[in-house]
Ligand binder design. Structure first.
Ligand SMILES: [Cu+2]
Length: 65
């Protein structure tokens, strides 16, 4: 099972966490999403295409560094 860790500096509150979790969770191949408010990172577990994960984060209104 692959794991992808992306830094998303604009994560600032629970709303951000929920928005990104929901959007990335819909990407095909994603089995788990963990958004860490403290470290401002998004950890994606599964076989998802990394570019699709980045797009989902962008659709939620954020940008992966
Ligand atoms: Cu927020």
């Amino acid at each position: 099972m692959n794991q992808l860790v992306l830094s998303v500096p604009d994560i600032s509150c629970g709303h951000c966490v929920n928005a990104i979790t929901g959007s990335v969770g819909e990407v095909p191949g994603v089995s788990a999403v963990d958004v860490d408010l403290t470290t401002k990172t998004v950890t994606v577990t599964g076989a998802a295409d990394p570019s699709a994960v980045r797009s989902a984060i962008a659709e939620a209104g954020y940008e992966a560094a």
